[in-house]
Write a protein that binds this ligand. Sequence first.
Ligand code: AMP
Length: 218
Amino acid sequence: MMYVVFLGAPGAGKGTQAAVVAEKIKLEHVASGDLFRQALEKGTELGKQVKSYMEKGMLVPDEITIRMVLDKISKMDSQTGIILDGFPRTLKQAEELDKALAGQSRGIDKAVYIKVGEKELLKRLSGRWICRNCQAPYHIIDSPPKVKGKCDACGGELYQRADDTLETARKRLEVYFTQTAPLIDYYQKTGKLLEINGEGKIDEISRRIVTALKAGRS
Ligand code: AMP
């Protein structure tokens, strides 16, 4: 049983890598942003509560986020473990997660920090398009789809997330640097941090992460 958190700025490739690595080492993948987007699409009460924060690129309040993620984890009966992608994003969330896991005599094993320079992050975020059907990410310059507006993998329609415009991308980066970046220190102090160079090809980066996780496991 292994609990891993993925840290990194918006655009660092957290979501992509968390999905690939989860598949490779057979862990469940839980993405807080996906849970919020599903609630928004379904128009649930939670969706209504979080809409304005997400559109502005702000963090959803801790109380709502912590309840949603801890509830989700407690209902999963994974045999192998979980990758948490996009959570925790504040110190409060990290502390509450530690407390909840400690209550089950568990803890976070590793924090994978995917490091990408700020200029590269802005470029990536403002050119990102995502498949409405299977969530595969594309980039208008770096990894365009074969047919404009269509997903290579499933033929689904590509769309730009409302929070991926340049202005919102800037805001999300600012939020990241003030509220989430301190978590790097938090996990470093307990010897759980694995810093991964997040620039390069997707499969190269996945390999770096898997190698680091396997080395850190023994
Ligand atoms: P993401 O897909 O991880 O980039 O998340 C998209 C948006 O969902 C963020 O910009 C926040 O508004 C919200 N969100 C996702 N995870 C969290 C979190 N752990 N804490 C607060 N807000 C979150």
